[in-house]
Design a binder for this molecule. Sequence first.
Ligand SMILES: *Cc1c(COP(=O)(O)O)cnc(C)c1O
Length: 386
Amino acid sequence: MFIPYSRPALDDAEINEVVETLKSGWLTTGPKVAQFENDFKHYVNCEYALAVNSATSGLHLALEAIGVGPGDKVITTVHTFTATAEVIRYLGAEPIFVDIEGDSFNIDVSAIEKALENNQNVKAIMPVHYAGQAANMTDIIKLAKRYNVRIVEDAAHALPTTHNGQLVGALSDVTVFSFYANKTITTGEGGMITTNDPELAARMKIMRLHGINRDAFDRFTSTKPSWHYEIVAPGFKYNMMDMCAALGIHQLKKAKRFQEERASIAERYNLAFSELPVTTPFIVNKSDIHAWHIYVLQLHLDELMIGRDEFIAKMAECGVGASVHYIPLHRMPYWKENFNLTDKMFPKSSLISDCIVSLPNFQSMTDDEVSKVIDVVSSLLVENKK
Ligand SMILES: *Cc1c(COP(=O)(O)O)cnc(C)c1O
């Protein structure tokens, strides 16, 4: 049996809720979305939670709401998925890419500071909570205040994650979570925006659905006639469906249990690999919650006879899936060519990018599956040691 890199954990609660939704006749944004948003708001303890059809949509809405446009700049990390940066381009603004910390792989605060000193028209900073470990939000928030820029957190990996004991989701201006199929909880496709700012929330709510000044649910439940609405902007079509929220309502209840399951897999991996030619994940603060969305091993290539790509190919031959997070953006043709990015500009990201491997660590993994991953990875490391 092949162990995939990731597999969603859905059971009868989710399935029954989706069936009930289908039978209710209300498929798109309606009561289930309203419930999911309300549950989420209480979960992260923020004022507003807005469900969207992806985190990418959410990040786009967040930047639009804070007024990012042509001529503006937004600071972010190269060591992320392209969605983080592409939304900056949607709005005609320019990304300013910075390097990561060599240990946590989170955005380097001193590099952010340099970018703020050297650039005019910076509107926002977009940290990514890499792998599910919080970026250094305390210092990022200080910098944002000092330079009068906003913060939009890419929390696609970070449910649940804490920074100094506080859950990611209410730390800064706007936070965006992803519920893509392989994320810490899933709605198939989906995302959630959280904020405490009423003006940003109002703008994102309007832009989420065509620039209509009342959402579809209100439209069909309020006392005003349902055909009555106003268009106040050329908005987007980024609303979440009730069928997806039906999954999210139950997934959210399990978010902490899922995190504990992933954390215990990570613990087994850390122990098993401690004597082998690899570096296990660096923990910034042991008392914080790490979502463990991704478990990343760094291969000590100088001690091995094979490279990372071959290592992953051999893992697959032995029946274990793996992945890489990420091929950094400065090595992607679009970003590299249009923004003149080189390896030299991002030494830390470049250095680790050739030796990182993400192992399976999803919540529905059995103990036997974890053991098999450990056996396969350990044997490969021993067999290929110089
Ligand atoms: C998955 C992911 C996204 C995009 O999420 P979608 O819900 O698929 O749009 C954005 N940023 C990071 C870091 C991600 O891992």
